[in-house]
Design a protein around this ligand. Structure first.
Ligand code: UT7
Length: 331
């Protein structure tokens, strides 16, 4: 039997550039509260959210993702034509096909890139980091552009007391490149489809189109909250063990910005020392699903609290119920 050639493997990969896009329109709790018989006080107390951003009518997942992607490329200092793969994590792209990644690759000028989307909801960004790391270490790509982008305002029912106040729009992106020194530790990930109804688009898009109604994102908030608080601490602990470091070695903890109470519960479970900076971008950005972790990294960087080359712990969790977490060196 003849041996087929395979690419030379590479020691590691690391995040080398970061970019973000926040839509202009700021939406306060006071604007959303009346339709759901809520209040600024309740929303802040239960979620930590003070305000969020909504995209404009002309903006799309792809247009926002392309801006974040272009900024990440500039930050990494590499040309779009050097990108081998564009991966986009989103659940709010307007077409089931073609992919948001093909559109974003075109918009940023990544003309030599393969492009595909991943559907892992709020875990999508961390799934993408794991995938990009694997592609690079296997020698299948040198430079990957990973984008998390969402326009959740398109699929939110503003009369739904369980979701209207929590979700928002935005995009974040990282460039991940081959590196002599490993900069992304193993990804701890999984999914539990037996709970697929806990966060789900209802009715499904085909049925919605047939009967002429809109398909909205629905969520059993308490059920998801209990799952996240009950199990994401352990996922983080497993990610730390997989990376071979202790919680005290971390520079920052950047969890999916789902709810400030969930973040605080995980911080407590991990017993994170005060030296570890905790991302709390949900306060001004809301829950932007696949975009929330790179947006939170960007906010830390703006505050001078993201130290390039220092280890950070990321964890994403949401519909699926899918989750993924890993330690990586900050871009
Ligand atoms: O990103 C993907 C993953 N998603 C998440 O991780 C989200 C997880 N879930 C959550 O963050 C929380 O469950 C929510 C923020 C969505 C809801 O907070 P909660 O503390 O779980 O509220 P609850 O549903 O347990 O309701 C508590 C109380 C109830 O009143 P009583 O029965 O205690 O008198 C509700 O009727 O708050 C009431 N309530 C509201 N009040 C004002 C429920 N929704 C609202 C509302 N405004 N919008």
């Amino acid at each position: 039997m003849s041996h087929l050639k395979t690419p030379a493997t590479v020691a590691g990969a690391r995040m080398t550039g970061l970019g973000a896009y926040r839509p202009d329109r700021v939406v306060t709790n006071a604007e959303l509260a009346p339709r759901i018989d809520s209040s600024d006080e309740w929303i802040q107390e239960r979620t930590g959210i003070i305000e969020r951003r909504f995209a404009g009518a002309e903006e799309t997942c792809a247009s926002m993702g392309a801006i974040a992607g272009t900024r990440a490329l500039a930050d990494a200092g590499i040309a779009a034509t050097d990108i081998d793969v564009v991966i986009v994590a989103t659940f709010t792209h307007r077409h089931a096909t073609p992919s948001a990644s093909a559109e974003i690759a075109h918009l940023v000028g990544a003309t030599n890139a393969a492009a595909f989307d991943i559907s892992a909801a709020c875990a999508g960004f961390c799934y993408g980091v794991g995938l990009a790391d694997s592609l690079i270490r296997a020698g299948s790509a040198k430079h990957v552009l990973l984008v998390g982008t969402e326009k959740i305002s398109d699929v939110t029912n503003y009369d739904d007391r369980g979701t209207a106040f929590i979700f928002a729009d935005g995009a974040g992106a990282v460039v991940i490149s081959a590196s002599d020194v490993p900069g992304i530790a193993p990804t701890v990930w999984g999914a539990d489809g037996s709970s697929m109804d806990a966060i789900i688009m209802q009715p499904d898009t085909l049925t919605a189109a047939r009967v002429g109604v809109q398909s909205f994102l629905t969520m059993e908030g308490q059920r998801v909250f209990r799952w996240a608080v009950g199990s994401m601490g352990e996922v983080c602990e497993r990610a730390l063990v997989a990376a071979g470091i202790e919680a005290r070695d971390l520079s920052a903890f950047v969890p999916h910005q789902a709810n400030l109470r969930i973040t605080n519960a995980i911080v407590k479970k991990l017993d994170l020392p005060e030296s570890v900076t905790v991302a709390t971008d949900i306060q001004l950005t809301g829950n932007t699903s696949a975009a929330s972790i790179p947006l939170a990294m960007d906010a830390l960087r703006e505050q001078g609290q993201l130290k390039s080359g220092e280890p950070i712990l990321m964890v994403g969790f949401g519909a699926g119920l899918a989750f993924a977490g890993q330690v990586a060196l900050a871009p």
